[in-house]
Structures are given as C-alpha cells and as structure tokens.
Design a binder for this molecule. Structure first.
Ligand code: IPE
Ligand code: IPE
Ligand code: MG
Length: 248
C-alpha cells in the first residue's frame, strides 16, 4: 500500500498526532448503527498511515480509544474491541511489509486477554521496522499517563535512587508513554470539536492544533495535505516574540 517515501520537505512535521473523531455522527447521518461508523473509519486510518509514511513523517500517534470511552454503552465498546482485533489481524502483515513499526500506549491491562495478545504480537512482529512508528493510543488518557510517570518517579524517590530536587520537566517527560519520542509537531482533530479530550496533555503543550470539520471516515489524503500545508505556514514562537524566535 505505501508508496516510496519522498524526501521530507522542509516544514514537514516529524511527529503527527490525530484524534480520529466523528465516526458515530458519520453513521447517524446515514441512519446506520454507530459501530458501522467505526468500521468505516478504518479506511481513513489506512490513508493517514500511508500519507504520513509517504511524506517522511517519523512518528504518527492515533487516538483510537480513550480512558473515558470505557464508559460508552457495553455493546459499542465490545464492537469496537472486536474491530480492533479484526483490523490488527488483517493489517499487521501489510504494515510490516511497508516498514511500519506498531506500538500501543495506554492502560492495556484493561483490554481483554485476546486483544492484549494481539497487541503484544503486533508489536513483536513489527519491532524491527524503522520507516515510521505508528503509536496506537488505546485505553489511553493524558492524565493516566502523567499519573503513571509521577508514580515511577515517586518509586525512585522511595527507593532512594532519586532526590525530589532532581525531578524536573525532562525527568518526568522521560517516564511518559511516549518518553522516547519527540513531542508531536502537528495535532489534527477531525469531527469539528475543538478540544483535547484528555489526549497527550503533557506532549501537546506547545503544538500546532489543527481542527478539521470533516468526520473521521471522510478523512483522506487531501485533508491530510491541507493540515500539512497549514502546519508549514505556522510561526512557532514557544513563548518568545516574533523577532526573538526568528533570528537567523
Ligand atoms: C471517535 O468517534 C471514535 C472513538 C471515540 C472510539 P466517535 O465515536 O466519538 O464519534 P462521534 O463523536 O460520536 O461522532
Ligand atoms: C476522543 O473522542 C477519543 C477518541 C477519538 C478515541 P471522544 O468523542 O471520546 O471525545 P469527546 O467526548 O468529544 O470529548
Ligand atoms: Mg466523538
């Protein structure tokens, strides 16, 4: 599926993070049950993975299921979990052939054993690939992530291997689920809502936000191109003035 990687154009984000929202509304507009909206969203996932890999993106983080999504009706949750199992069984070989490494972040202890086994297997089968890493955030919450990192630091303090005064932003960031990955440069949310919904709270502190009205199953390469174009035109000042940030 994935065509050759073009050389990375200047202004191309290295790490793209996506909240794939709007599946339920896509289905409702067609008088279909919500789970068929989730199913229709798989095509957009393929297009996004392919489009990012082709443009030379190094990491793509997809929000597939949030900590809060466990509170949805049991039937929707179970249909989604079933879809994750099926999609992994169907897609992993193709992804691997295209040099994609798959990694899952989130509270995976909440997943059913069958799905957890699939996750472990998919990670193992793609571990040696280095064209692009796709991080699938599943049972993930930004607050869960920060609490987990804090707990690891607290354990080190309790064990006497870390001084409280030595804790700084870098040491906490290293303990996050994406502690080994530079923060996303570009964030895309489909579905029209302009909020973070407990996604990568720490990692998105200074990131470009791009909200798209299209519903996730309708997202395609043209929409991705639009988001990349928007990103390339942004001035990232990181709290400084324009003249400070753009000294050449
Ligand atoms: C996003 O689509 C998919 C998940 C949260 C799993 P939604 O299911 O939230 O779709 P809308 O927002 O209700 O349209
Ligand atoms: C965010 O979408 C989670 C995912 C896309 C996985 P939601 O639909 O759950 O977020 P809210 O409810 O609009 O904040
Ligand atoms: Mg939603």
């Amino acid at each position: 599926m994935v065509a050759q990687t073009q050389s990375r154009e200047p202004g191309t984000p290295r790490h793209v993070a996506v909240i794939m929202d709007g599946n339920g509304r896509w289905a409702a507009r067609r008088a279909l049950p919500r789970h068929l909206g989730h199913r229709a969203g798989v095509k957009a996932v393929r297009a996004t993975v392919e489009g990012c890999a082709r443009r030379g993106v190094e990491a793509l983080t997809l929000f597939a299921f949030s900590s809060e999504n466990w509170g949805r009706p049991a039937e929707e949750v179970s249909k989604l979990m079933q879809l994750f199992v099926e999609a992994m069984e169907r897609e992993v070989d193709e992804l691997s052939r295209n040099g994609i490494r798959l990694r899952f972040i989130g509270d995976l202890s909440k997943l059913q054993p069958h799905l957890r086994d699939g996750v472990v297997d998919a990670e193992a089968r793609t571990a040696g690939n280095d064209r692009m890493t796709v991080n699938v955030a599943m049972s993930y919450g930004g607050r869960w992530d920060i609490v987990g990192a804090t707990r690891k630091l607290a354990s080190a303090v309790a064990a006497g291997t870390l001084l409280p005064e030595a804790i700084d932003e870098a040491s906490l960031a290293r303990e996050l689920a994406l502690g080994d990955t530079p923060d996303p440069d570009l964030f895309i949310r489909t579905g029209g809502e302009q909020r973070i919904s407990n996604f990568l709270l720490w990692n998105l502190a200074y990131r470009e936000l791009n909200f798209c009205d299209c519903l996730w199953p309708d997202f395609n390469d043209a929409e991705l191109e639009r988001a990349f174009h928007h990103f390339a035109g942004r001035q990232r000042r990181f709290g400084l003035t324009t003249s400070q940030a753009f000294v050449v």
